[in-house]
Design a protein around this ligand. Structure first.
Ligand SMILES: CC(=O)SCCNC(=O)CCNC(=O)[C@H](O)C(C)(C)COP(=O)(O)OP(=O)(O)OC[C@H]1O[C@@H](n2cnc3c(N)ncnc32)[C@H](O)[C@@H]1OP(=O)(O)O
Ligand SMILES: CC(C)C(=O)C(=O)O
Length: 399
């Protein structure tokens, strides 16, 4: 693995991590994106790719939701070698449905912030603790791995949160997930919070972060730095409101920036993202990190000229398109320079002179300045009109 180049010479590394497991919630929280509904086949296909990639846990759904959801979770549990997880409120019928679906892990959750205890649960703090403990005990009695989430943990009174954590630890939960349900954490605060949580439990700690302020992945990584063993993520960051920490960002940051092996086959990330984009009906923005169409594309002349010589000049270096199953692209437009045009012309089978490259570049820039997309066909037309000759024995490259 390559070393990370970062402000070399003065910075002591304070962010080393031992491991970072991946809990995927695309099929549960991801499906909660307004308007998204995965069919049985969609869920099976996405779970199958996640499984083949080595994802540690797949939260396949919320089994009590419907018969269709139950069947999908059940069949994913029996078909995959990843740990399959089903979500359940601290409600008997939810837990029974999750257990009946045959998942290896039941993830039970209850609100712990006062605003949610009062106006979502209509309960008291005492009832919350009692129902949390009873639910963990029920799941453990069934011989299944238990994950417990104090929902809205980041807006919960600190002393009460620690009481809940100690009570469910005592009840035998295997995992405690700390959700930033409404996305209000910052990396520094979340890191301090997770350090405190880890000091009050023997259970393994996991984090679930939302992207209301665009900090979900940063917060997930802060949680890992603080001692959490695992983060909950969704492909393309789909999920409630602004979504969750992104699978692809988290995995690639751990692999490339923290230089820690996740065990995930990263070369299938682009394929996975494309499938989730299609099945969720949620378009992936071009500038989306790792998986957006622009993530490894270069239009600007200075960048493209550098990248043609050495891609490390204007890319992270520690993350390449090959690592995520993508391709680098030189895009033609208003900002294009001659190096990039020459490269593309040669790829297309032309043998341009320097003067012809300059002429074609002027056409590309003018066309792009009119907000028009410059396609390969346009480029070829400009080249032909500029009288550029074809190379002998050229194999055509079209992208
Ligand atoms: C932060 C999160 O992402 S949490 C997960 C959210 N995901 C979903 O809600 C998707 C799937 N949900 C569903 O299919 C349905 O909401 C169901 C089947 C769970 C419940 O449906 P309904 O019984 O019709 O209730 P509805 O959804 O309208 O209201 C939620 C109920 O759950 C209760 N509730 C909310 N959280 C919890 C909890 N953690 N434990 C116990 N009860 C809870 C609320 O108090 C409310 O109860 P009430 O009906 O007695 O007032
Ligand atoms: C169920 C919990 C973990 C959740 O999705 C949240 O708090 O956002």
């Amino acid at each position: 693995m390559r070393g990370v180049e970062f402000f070399q010479g003065t910075l002591d590394s304070t962010d080393e991590i031992e491991s970072a497991r991946v809990f995927d919630t695309t099929l549960r929280d991801g499906e909660q994106s307004p308007g998204t509904s995965f069919s049985y086949d969609d869920k099976r296909q996405i779970a199958s790719i996640l499984d083949e990639m080595g994802t540690h846990v797949i939260e396949a759904g919320f089994p009590v939701n419907s018969d269709a959801e139950f069947e999908a979770v059940r069949d994913i549990a029996s078909a995959t070698s990843s740990t399959t997880c089903g979500l359940a409120r601290v409600v008997d019928k939810d837990i029974e449905a999750a257990l009946d679906s045959g998942v290896e892990m039941v993830h039970t959750f209850v609100s712990t912030s006062d605003v949610q205890i009062e106006d979502s649960m209509h309960a008291t703090r005492e009832e919350v603790v009692q129902r949390a403990v009873e639910s963990v005990e029920r799941i453990k009695d069934a011989g299944v791995t238990c994950m417990f989430s104090p929902m809205d943990a980041t807006r919960t009174d600190e002393e009460f949160l620690i009481d809940v954590i100690e009570a469910v630890t005592e009840a035998g939960t295997d995992w405690i997930n700390i959700p930033d349900t409404c996305g209000v954490a910052t990396p520094t605060r979340f890191r301090a919070m997770i350090e405190k949580v880890c000091a009050h439990t023997d259970a393994q700690v996991d984090v679930h972060t939302h992207d209301d302020f665009g900090l979900a992945t940063a917060n997930a990584l802060a949680g890992i730095e603080a001692g959490a063993a695992q983060a909950q993520v969704s492909v393309n960051s789909i999920g409630e409101r602004a979504g969750n920490a992104a699978y692809e960002e988290y995995v690639m940051a751990v692999e490339s920036l923290y230089q820690t092996d996740t065990g995930i086959d990263t070369t299938r990330i682009t394929e996975l993202s494309n499938v989730v984009e299609e099945k969720s009906g949620m378009d992936t923005p071009g500038n989306k990190p790792v998986v957006g169409a622009n993530a490894f594309s270069h239009e600007s002349g200075i960048h493209a000229a550098g990248v043609i010589e050495n891609s490390d000049t204007f890319e992270p270096g520690v993350m390449t398109p090959e690592m995520v199953g993508a391709q680098r692209r030189l895009v033609m437009g208003k900002h294009t320079g001659t190096h990039s045009v020459r490269e593309r012309l040669v790829e297309c089978g032309f043998a341009p002179t320097d003067e012809q490259v300059r002429a074609v570049t002027r056409r590309v820039k003018d066309y792009g300045a009119e907000k028009r997309r410059v396609t390969v066909d346009d480029l070829e037309r400009f080249a032909t009109e500029a009288g550029v000759e074809r190379q002998q024995d050229h194999e055509e490259v079209r992208a």
